[in-house]
Design a protein around this ligand. Structure first.
Ligand SMILES: Cc1ncc(COP(=O)(O)O)c(C=O)c1O
Length: 415
């Protein structure tokens, strides 16, 4: 059989909708300055998919620093991987400042959070070790575990009783193999917005011997009293062994970092294959990240603005009877019932008739019959945006109840 035959016969769970969806539901193009209003399909819409929690993307000092960094260094410098020819004082300075901010001895930069996470996991475990992980783990955690030759045990999302069962199994196994146990959880779950129960998980350290790695992509910059993350929120920074953050969300940039004890970070520095064998973060990204971190630390006003919008949005949606699940973070899911066809119709209605753009998530990312519309509030949204959106969602929910939407895929040929 031709290796390419699957490319026409089986496009995969998301690719199967490509013909009806591409350019609209999937791979949409949002144009203009990153802000609450951007252009989609030639029309201005209210955008809830900005990946810019604190509004730093367009902070004047950030824009200035990014431009100066690019003008001074270009995008090519430094030349290669950190280990070979990609090391600079600025990379090291950013690592020191990040470590201090998240209350760890040391940190190391990652050229994209995703690849970094894959390599953190694969560097830490060998065939004797056991990974215990949450069932809603992000794709980068799953991919990291695919490189693990040993056992992995999953616990249902945030189910601490079951986690203990898995820890008992893992302890039994590692007693035989002589390996160790790594628990992996997220700080903030990026689809549902609920928090990994870090306090409950670390309290199990009294009974079991394990290390814990927290992916806090959505929590870094948004959670905790200084924005240092979900482990700061739970006051367990000293018990979380490895803390992972990305620059792709609160920092409105690219890259990420891993922080922990000095010797462990030193080990990762020499053993994370996606970092050892791939180019270092370009200098403008590093200098830009230093500026973003400075603002994040020194201007709490942005986090305050974010949370004002978050509270208004979440309370308002709840007051109108919308189901926003168990979110405790800025991530705001709105759960409705229906199939993929109805989901596309609702999203089309929101985009074309209400001019609201948000992400739509359906099976297989969420269970069959669930439609998850994800709103990511930011510091650049306004209370008017919030009120308008709450009314629009209430109206959509009403229409859904009245069977206004059919089960057919929305026809996007006209837009
Ligand atoms: C939970 C989580 N982990 C890791 C990543 C990957 O980070 P990056 O975009 O920096 O590659 C993301 C998405 O951006 C994420 O949501």
């Amino acid at each position: 059989m031709d290796i390419f035959s699957k490319c026409t016969m089986n496009m995969g769970p998301l690719g199967r909708y490509a013909d009806q969806s591409e350019g609209y539901f999937m791979f949409p193009k949002l144009e203009g300055e990153i802000s609450n209003r951007m252009i989609f399909k030639g029309k201005e819409r209210l955008i809830w998919s900005l990946n810019n929690y604190l509004g730093l993307a367009n902070h004047p000092e950030v824009r200035k620093t990014d431009a100066e960094g690019a003008a001074h260094y270009g995008l090519a410098y430094p030349m290669g991987a950190r280990m070979m020819s990609g090391q600079t004082d600025y990379h090291e300075q950013l690592e020191r400042e990040l470590a201090a901010f998240v209350g760890r001895e040391s940190s190391y930069l990652l050229n994209y959070g995703y690849q970094g996470m894959v390599s953190i996991i694969s560097a830490l475990v060998d065939r004797r070790d056991v990974i215990v992980y949450d069932s809603e783990a992000h794709a980068c955690i799953i991919d990291g575990m695919r490189l693990h030759f040993g056992k992995r045990f999953v616990y249902p999302h945030n189910n601490i009783e079951n986690l203990e069962i898995q820890l008992r199994r893992a302890s039994k196994l590692t007693e035989q193999t002589g390996g160790g146990i790594l628990i992996i959880t997220e700080g903030v779950y990026g689809m549902s917005g609920d928090l990994g129960k870090l306090d409950a998980i670390v309290s199990l350290k009294d009974k079991y011997n394990f290390r814990i790695l927290v992916d806090d992509a959505h929590g870094f910059g948004t959670m905790g009293k200084t924005g240092a993350g979900t482990d700061e929120h739970f006051d367990v920074q000293d018990k979380v062994d490895l803390y992972f953050g990305t620059f792709a969300k609160s920092m409105a940039g690219i890259g990420g970092f891993i922080a922990g004890d000095k010797q462990v970070i030193k080990y990762l520095m020499y053993n994370m294959r996606s970092q050892v064998f791939a180019k270092s973060l370009p200098m403008p990204m590093v200098i830009g990240a230093l500026k973003r971190l400075e603002i994040l630390r020194n201007e709490p006003i942005h986090r305050k603005k974010l949370w004002n919008i978050v509270r208004a949005l979440q309370n308002g949606l709840k007051a109108k009877g919308l189901d926003i699940g168990k979110t405790e973070s800025p991530v705001t899911p709105v759960m409705l019932s229906g199939g993929v066809g109805e989901a596309t119709q609702i999203t089309y209605d929101l985009r074309e008739n209400y001019n609201i753009f948000c992400s739509i998530v359906t099976y297989p990312v969420v269970p069959k019959g669930v439609i998850l519309l994800r709103l990511i509030p930011t510091a650049v949204h306004t209370i008017e945006d919030v009120n308008y959106t709450i009314d629009a969602f209430a109206s959509v929910q009403e229409k859904l109840k009245n069977k206004h939407y059919s089960e057919e895929m929305a026809d996007i040929s006209a837009v």
